[in-house]
Write a protein of this length. Structure first.
Length: 149
């Protein structure tokens, strides 16, 4: 039982390389108009500024999920972190996205910690498995298609 508990606390990590500039990837991650295209069309506002807060509602399987974000760290062109919570549900997580240049490509590393606090055991839509699937799709498909068109 102890092992399952520790394993459930492991962050979701997704890494991908993009055949474009770091600046282009950064803009896709932080500029509202671009985020609405590949990420969440429902986002009302976003600024890559520490302390900035936003919330928007996403419906999934007949349920509304209020996404609440608060930017906690910004290193322009290299790193952004924000706390992520769901209004009406337990828990708060931390999403960190870092960019690196390597071998002529831009590498993105997404790390999402604290997902276990959402109690996926009680709220299956907020399970770790759904976050793994979601981030893999967002970064590996949606963002890639957006950047490499």
């Amino acid at each position: 039982m102890q092992t399952a508990s520790i394993a459930g606390r492991e962050p979701v990590v997704v890494e991908r390389a993009f055949a474009t500039t770091k600046d282009r990837v950064w803009r896709a991650l932080t500029e509202l108009d671009q985020m609405r295209v590949w990420y969440f069309p429902q986002i009302k506002d976003f600024r890559a500024e520490v302390g900035f807060e936003t919330e928007f509602t996403l419906s999934h399987k007949g349920k509304d999920y209020i996404h609440q974000w608060r930017v906690t760290e910004v290193v322009p062109g290299r790193k952004i972190s924000y706390e992520w919570a769901f209004g009406g549900y337990p828990g708060t997580s931390l999403l960190t996205i870092e960019l690196f240049e390597q071998m002529g490509a831009t590498w993105l590393r997404l790390t999402h910690t604290g997902i276990e606090t959402f109690r996926g055991d009680l709220f299956p839509d907020l399970s770790r498995e759904n976050f793994v699937e979601g981030w893999t799709s967002f970064i590996g498909t949606s963002l890639r298609n957006y950047l490499e068109v």
